[in-house]
Write a new protein. Sequence first.
Length: 351
Amino acid sequence: MPQFTRSNRGEKKKKQRKRIFMLILLPILVVALSSAGYATFLLKKAESVVHKSYKPVKAVSKREVKVDPKMDNVSILLIGVDESKERAKQYGDAVRSDALMVATLNKKEKTVKLLSIPRDSYVYIPKKNKYDKINHAHAFGGPALSIETVQELLDIPIDYYVKVNFYAFIDTVNALDGIEVEVPYALSEQDSHDRPNAIRLKQGLQTLNGEQALALARTRHKDTDFMRGQRQQQILKAIFSKALSASSITKHGELIEAVGKNMTTNMSFDDMKSLMDYGLTGGGLNIETLNLKGSDAYIKGIYYYKLDETSLEEAKTVLKTQLGLESNTVQASTNGKIVNTDQNNNPSTNN
């Protein structure tokens, strides 16, 4: 097994196809924006774009009864894909995910816990009956297999998915006239057209446009995938804060368009409307971010991110508690039937 360091991994990455690290937009964003003042034209606009984005999938669920977001705690898998117009023509739907987040929403407490999953995490992929990088699940089987893989990893049900490309992120930040973010270090990064060193940022708190914010999210030269996940969450929270502020009321129509035209989801417009109160509570949107610790490793000469078992178990416990699930069972918090999900039945490793 070769010795692995952050620097030699960086050299390998330079030789590979340039990848864009997506920031994903919670469906809550669409809901909160569409609900502003309950303006009829905004609701109709939101309903139209969500209807066009609606795309159900056939994924094996850990629930026997579909949840009702008006009553139940729910989970949402957020999938960001490197899907520019050029790559869509080349690869079609067989693209890898560049970012994965799991949002769990607690109906009673009106809280959201947001977990980032590193893209190179070494996990078991159902139906393929093998361990591989988690971002390969989308290339193998789209959102459906991504859902099943995350369910396998976290031992929780995934009720909904939202998939976006990087245009959703850029257009949203630009529609907000930029977001204020702390840039941890000076950086030089390619833009969305893969032009090298097109974006240059200085260290410190500053207002970033869409391209600049994307550059901050995608860069991987000076820190780890774990820290990159934290940056991703920081920027996402900045988007929420700006979008839900009074100063952005006039921008809501643009924001709905920015998200909707670059999104697919199995959430109906009624499902999304039922989540409005998460963003309309007196204290604002309450998001707690979670991250999975791990270590760099090579397996058969291929780089993976090996998740720390203790960190993974802690995350599972937090998410299950947030969803109101018992230790080794999965159920809808109000109207679901219990489904046994004993982890002793997991398939064996197959490299």
